[in-house]
Design a protein around this ligand. Structure first.
Ligand code: NAD
Ligand code: UD1
Length: 338
């Protein structure tokens, strides 16, 4: 009995493969390596001592998916595959709609053809409308997304909900991640963004390792305790474990279920910088710059539904996130190319 993990060679996917294997599942990965390296899966095998069945495959390729479903006894699917860079989605909207929507539609079609009825989908806190009060709960309003990437996540959620409504026996968990950071404590797998990182933590760790001159802190005049943006950062290992909880949940829950995966705690940019410097004893030079267009002052989750229903709760704290990010970055200064 295996779990198919699309996009399993990527950042969150590779950490989830580790937790699935540790929990006793067999893992089959389909990834076209458009934003990842096969080395991550070799490292997953090294960490767990267990094999991963890997297919270099585009999830939009129906015949390849048929081959995978025919070869393996797949009972559940976790769908990570997709593009995720906000700025790139603004510059290349059609590329984002094409990849993220077609991969989700093609995957659902293949699951129906092969009578596989449990899907866990990587969604994002970005589907929540600006203007909600904090914390965000699963019933907060969604839509009014400010970029094509956000719309692709919103639309994929809608598509999956329609599939669940139309097809008896098809159930889904839509997991809305807040801000995943950190790396496996072994330092063997972690986030390896191509080009200049958009997100805070990889920018901090690349600055600390000397790949970037300084961090730009996007605004210090927000209505927050120190004026910098506040987000709900969670350790990627906790996030990965949330996926194991979700596939277990789908074993005895029909229908569609939406869960926030976050800590419920907000951290400012400067708090993150200071924690990183303190736990790792490295300087992170920074400069305050203008606000980034589209940024909100404060975003954090109400994770009580996941705590209660998935029996999932984050266990690792901000120091763990900073320590493990640095362990990965300093032992792999150029990511998987190192
Ligand atoms: P990632 O880029 O590291 O992983 C995505 C993987 O999907 C990559 O390995 C890439 O090669 C693969 N892929 C892309 N298109 C594909 C296709 N058509 N066929 C096969 N493989 C394909 O990203 P990640 O950070 O691990 O994110 C995983 C998922 O979680 C994405 O769907 C992303 O939108 C979502 N998400 C990420 C974050 C975050 O902050 N990292 C937050 C919320 C949601
Ligand atoms: C961003 C995306 C969001 C996406 C999420 C995860 C935007 C507007 N939002 O969210 O849609 O779901 O990433 O991929 O792009 N910061 C700096 N300097 C930096 C980078 C970030 O000060 O170099 C600040 C930001 O202003 C923010 C915080 O750090 O206050 C976190 O930023 P980031 O990691 O990009 O995450 P989000 O803004 O939550």
């Amino acid at each position: 009995m295996a779990v198919l993990v699309t996009g399993g060679a990527g950042y969150i996917g590779s950490h989830t493969c580790v937790e699935l294997l540790n929990a006793g599942y067999d893992v089959v990965v389909a990834d076209n390596l458009s934003n990842s390296s096969e080395v991550s899966l070799q490292r997953v095998e090294q960490i767990t001592g267990k094999p991963v069945a890997f297919y270099r495959a585009d999830v939009r390729d129906a015949s390849k998916l048929d081959e995978i479903f025919e070869r393996h006894d797949i009972r559940q699917v976790i769908h990570f595959a997709g593009f995720k860079a906000v700025g790139e989605s603004v510059a290349k909207p059609l590329m984002y709609y094409r990849n993220n929507l077609d991969s989700t539609i093609g995957l659902c079609e293949a699951m129906l053809r092969h009578k596989v009825g449990e899907l866990v989908f990587s969604s994002s806190a970005t589907v929540y409308s600006p203007g909600n009060t904090m914390p965000l709960s699963e019933t907060s309003s969604t839509g009014n997304c400010t970029h094509p990437y956000g719309w692709t996540k919103f639309m994929c959620e809608e598509i999956i909900m329609d599939v669940v409504r139309a097809h008896k026996g098809f159930s889904a968990a839509l997991l809305r991640y807040f801000n995943p950071v950190g790396a496996h404590p072994s330092g063997l797998i972690g986030e390896d963004p191509s080009g200049i990182p958009n997100n805070l933590m990889p920018f901090i760790s690349q600055t600390a390792v000397g790949r970037r001159k300084e961090l730009s802190v996007f605004g210090d005049d927000y209505d927050t305790p120190d004026g910098t943006g506040v987000r709900d950062y969670l350790h990627v290992v906790d996030l990965a474990k949330g996926h194991v909880s979700a596939i277990r949940y789908l074993d005895d829950h029909d229908g569609v279920h939406i869960f926030n995966l976050g800590t419920g705690r907000g951290t400012s940019v400067l708090e993150m910088v200071r924690t990183f410097e303190k736990v790792n004893h490295v300087p992170v030079p920074y400069r305050i710059t203008d606000r980034r267009p589209g940024d909100l002052a404060t975003v954090y989750a109400d994770p009580s539904k996941s705590n209660r229903e998935l029996h999932w709760k984050t266990e690792l704290d901000l120091e763990d996130m900073c320590c493990d990010s640095w362990n990965w970055q300093s032992s792999n200064p150029n990511g998987y190319e190192s």
